[in-house]
Design a protein around this ligand. Structure first.
Ligand code: ZN
Length: 308
């Protein structure tokens, strides 16, 4: 599938479209969660609802022991899954779990890095390659360059400074960059309003961004960096399909959760899930996708029934 879809990028789209069919069986995936400086019971359930209610995915949820408890027995059988969603920011995984994760990624697995998962594991070299950019956890210039978008290019800034910060939460505009032809972005508008969320800035890391899909302007009036920050991208790492979204700060409940209720956030999650697992995307642009003027929310974590 991957070979055929690469042909798409060189122009022979018919071949890829013919090979890309709606999954006849739900994609088997797992959400890894259980420790986070965020409300992980809300975020993991919002992710599960979004993915499963589409009918495209069947998700397990792997919950770690609580912070400070014995992690030795925490193990996920990655061989059972086509898609792994990381919603974890906490104590180091035990060695066998780390090795199994490395094997999964090195074997070409599908992986979504969600929001504060890129705060996790500042000392784990492999992990930091795989997420490409991370923040907090003591990260600074030693963690890698600060990447931001300027004058049509991704800057690689090695100046000393902290890695990871964000200003006050608000709705903000997302801007399509190099990923216009990426299957995840097919047909989506070049600019659209994301619902009230954090905007991660000054993120640093040693990894390679594959396709930079979306950036957002970190407005200094709200405490941001004043730069156009890479917020959604794929990561270049071997044959793995890796999607990193810094969007989606979890709210206090499923009802009070605008960043994850955003129809744009959910569309990206659904399309990325399919692409990470299968290498192509069969989903149309939903009717409720936000435009550049107004946010669009899905409080039930599903596309509303279309009204005619
Ligand atoms: Zn957050």
């Amino acid at each position: 599938m991957r070979k055929i879809c690469r042909v798409l990028l060189s122009g022979l789209s018919v071949l890829c479209l013919a090979a890309c069919s709606h999954p006849s069986q739900p994609i088997q995936g797992v959400i890894i969660t259980g420790q986070n400086n965020h409300n992980w019971p809300v975020s993991s359930e919002a992710i599960r609802l979004t993915l499963e209610q589409s009918g495209l995915f069947a998700m397990d949820v792997a919950v770690s022991p609580a912070a400070g408890e014995d992690m030795a027995g925490f193990q996920v059988d990655f061989s059972r899954y086509e898609l792994v969603v990381l919603d974890y920011n906490g104590d180091p995984w035990p060695e066998p779990m780390q090795r199994a994760f490395e094997e999964y990624v090195n074997g070409g697995g599908g992986l979504i890095i969600y929001h504060a998962a890129d705060n996790a594991f500042p000392e784990w070299k492999f992990y930091n390659q795989v997420i490409a950019l991370g923040g907090w956890g003591g990260r600074n210039e030693a963690a890698g360059p600060y990447r931001y978008w300027q004058d049509g290019a991704l800057v690689r800034d090695t100046t000393a400074g902290p890695g990871g910060s964000h200003g006050k939460r608000s709705p903000y505009l997302l801007n399509l960059r190099r990923g216009k032809e990426h299957p995840i972005m097919q047909g989506l508008p070049e600019h659209w309003m994301h619902a009230k969320d954090e905007l991660y800035d000054r993120m640093r890391g040693p990894g390679e961004i594959g396709d930079l899909l979306l950036t957002g302007y970190a407005d200094p009036d709200r405490g941001g960096s004043g730069r156009e920050e890479p917020l959604v991208f794929t990561v270049q790492y071997g044959s793995a399909r890796i999607f990193h979204t810094m969007l989606g700060h979890a709210g206090t409940s499923l009802e009070d959760n605008p960043a994850m209720q955003c129809a744009g956030f959910q569309t990206l999650l659904l399309r990325a899930g399919e692409w990470c697992a299968r290498g192509c995307v069969t989903q149309d642009v939903p009717a409720d996708f936000p435009d550049a003027e107004a946010v669009s929310l899905r409080p039930a974590y599903r596309e509303p029934e279309q009204q005619f």
